[in-house]
Design a protein around this ligand. Sequence first.
Ligand SMILES: NC(=O)c1ccc[n+]([C@@H]2O[C@H](COP(=O)([O-])OP(=O)(O)OC[C@H]3O[C@@H](n4cnc5c(N)ncnc54)[C@H](O)[C@@H]3O)[C@@H](O)[C@H]2O)c1
Length: 255
Amino acid sequence: MTGRLAGKVALITGIGGGMGREAARRFAAEGAVVVGCDLDADGLEETVALVRSEGGEITGDAPVDAGDAAAVEGWIHTAAQAHGAIDILYNNASIQRFGAIDEISVEDWDFAIDMELNLVFYAVRAAWKHLKQRGGVIVNIGSIAGTRGVEFMPQNAHGAAKAGVINLTQQLAVEGGPHGIRAVCISPGFIQTPATTFLVDDPPAPLKATWDRIPLRRVGRPDDVVNAAVFLASEEASWIPGINLVIDGGGSVLG
Ligand SMILES: NC(=O)c1ccc[n+]([C@@H]2O[C@H](COP(=O)([O-])OP(=O)(O)OC[C@H]3O[C@@H](n4cnc5c(N)ncnc54)[C@H](O)[C@@H]3O)[C@@H](O)[C@H]2O)c1
């Protein structure tokens, strides 16, 4: 590793597994001081132990529900006080609810918007004044679901929420620029994580057909996404605000 994030204080939501765990490992390995949170205390403790065993600097709090505005505000302010400032806010956590448009309940719709879009707003809102102290980076995780419909998954609420994350990032880039805050979004395609392994093990035929057409002929891995996050969070990307970087093996460029 090359210390590309040396001295940076990086807050990452949802480090208890999946891409959040990989982000905690890589950001720490690149020299960041990582402060994580998760709903899942056991998963978070595993990540903290793993990162420390690899020589990284990390603390974590759980259970913290990023979908609870007061809880996430408390987590962020405590971290800012402990470290003096925040340099990176990485909004990774989300929980999905799926349902066809005539079947999804209002409760499930609201849950998805809370747990995929509102939680990004809550964290940004709380972190903004700390990021303004010395400039910083917001990395939001969107999804290719935010820019298209699909036949294999009734992603009404999920897609709408992720579209919101992508667009919110653009506005944050505009409002953050004068303060030295760069907001960026990464939109992964299908990535194998604990949340999606059941699909890899037994994919429905339409999903399998989609994967078979991916130009690079494989589904994604957490490091495919986190490699880009490291770059975007680093000084190497210091003139790159507002983008929505699609990472999907080329699937989205197919007609
Ligand atoms: N896996 C994919 O194929 C895929 C594709 C596109 C986008 N994404 C997005 O990438 C991000 C990470 O996905 P993943 O597959 O690694 O998920 P995951 O379920 O494997 O891990 C998410 C982690 O976040 C935690 N979490 C969820 N909601 C939380 C909350 N409200 N507060 C605190 N912690 C919370 C979970 O406990 C878990 O540890 C999500 O935003 C997801 O929507 C995933």
